[in-house]
Design a protein around this ligand. Structure first.
Ligand code: AP5
Ligand code: MG
Length: 215
C-alpha cells in the first residue's frame, strides 16, 4: 500500500504520516525531513538545500528526484510507503511516475489534506519540532503540547521552531504552494488518483478519513 500525501505547508502531512506509520507500519518518506537531516549533517546536499529551505523556496527538482529515487530503492519501501511533501511540482510528479513504473510500485491515492489558509498560518506559527533529526516529532503549543515543557515526549530532546517558520518564509511557502504545487490537484485528478481530505478537523478524524481511502 503506497500513498501520496498532498497539502499546503502546515496542512498536517507530517502528523498524519507519523500516525499511519504507527497504525499501518508504512514507511514515511518526507523530503523535508531528509533535507533537514542532510543540513544537520553538513553534507554537500544539505549545504545546497539550506538556502532554498530557509527562504521558503523549493529545492531544485533534480536534487529532490535523486533523493527520492535512492530512498525508494531501500528494502523497507516494499512494506508500503507514504510520500510526505513529494511530489511538489508537475515535473516531480512526472519523474515519480517513471520511478514507480521502473520499480513496479503502485500508488493507491494522492490524498490532499485541505485546510483554509488562516488556519495554516496559525498552525505553522505555533508548531514545535523535535530538534533530534532522527526523531523530528511534531508538536503544537495550542493543539498538541508536549507533556514536559519544550521537551520531546519520545526522545527528550529540545523542541525548536524550524528555520522556515519566520513570518516571511511562511507567507512565501504558501505562495509557492499555490503557484507550483496546487497544479498537482489537476494532475492527479486526471490520473483518477486524487482524493480530497478535510484537514480542518481534529487529527484523529483526519487520520480516519485517510485510512478509509487506503483500506
Ligand atoms: P516540508 O518539511 O515538507 O514542509 P511543508 O510541506 O512546508 O509542510 P510542513 O512540514 O510545514 O507541514 P505539514 O503538512 O507536515 O504539517 P504538520 O504535520 O507539521 O518542506 C520544507 C522545505 O523543504 C520546503 O519549503 C522546501 O524548501 C524543501 N522541500 C521539501 N520537499 C521538497 C520537494 N519535494 N521539492 C522541493 N523542495 C522541497 O502540522 C503543522 C502543525 O499543525 C503542527 O504543529 C501540528 O501539530 C498541527 N496540526 C496538524 N494537524 C492538525 C489538526 N488536524 N488540528 C490541529 N492541529 C494540527
Ligand atoms: Mg511536514
Amino acid at each position: 500500500m503506497n500513498l501520496i500525501l498532498l497539502g499546503a505547508p502546515g496542512a498536517g502531512k507530517g502528523t498524519v504520516s507519523k500516525s499511519l506509520v504507527e497504525k499501518k507500519q508504512m514507511v514515511q518518506i518526507s523530503t523535508g525531513d531528509i533535507l533537514r537531516n542532510e543540513i544537520k549533517n553538513g553534507s554537500s546536499l544539505g549545504i545546497q538545500a539550506k538556502k532554498y529551505i530557509d527562504a521558503g523556496d523549493l529545492v531544485p527538482d533534480e536534487l529532490i528526484l535523486g533523493i527520492v529515487e535512492s530512498r525508494l530503492n531501500e528494502d523497507d519501501c516494499k512494506n508500503g510507503f507514504i510520500l510526505d511533501g513529494f511530489p511538489r511540482t508537475v515535473s516531480q510528479a512526472e519523474g515519480l511516475k517513471k520511478m514507480l513504473i521502473k520499480n513496479s510500485f503502485k500508488i493507491r491515492a494522492a490524498a490532499d489534506i485541505s485546510v483554509p489558509e488562516e488556519i495554516l498560518i496559525q498552525r505553522l506559527s505555533s508548531r514545535r519540532t523535535c530538534s533530534n533529526v532522527s526523531c523530528q516529532a511534531i508538536y503544537n503549543v495550542i493543539s498538541k503540547p508536549p507533556k514536559t515543557d519544550n521537551k520531546c515526549d519520545l526522545c527528550g530532546s529540545e523542541l525548536i521552531q524550524r528555520s522556515d517558520e519566520t513570518e516571511d518564509a511562511i507567507r512565501h511557502r504558501l505562495e509557492i504552494y499555490t503557484e507550483k504545487t496546487a497544479p498537482l490537484i489537476s494532475f492527479y485528478s486526471q490520473t483518477g488518483e486524487y482524493v480530497k481530505i478535510n484537514g480542518n478537523q481534529d487529527i484523529d478524524s483526519v487520520v480516519n478519513e485517510v485510512l478509509n481511502v487506503i483500506k
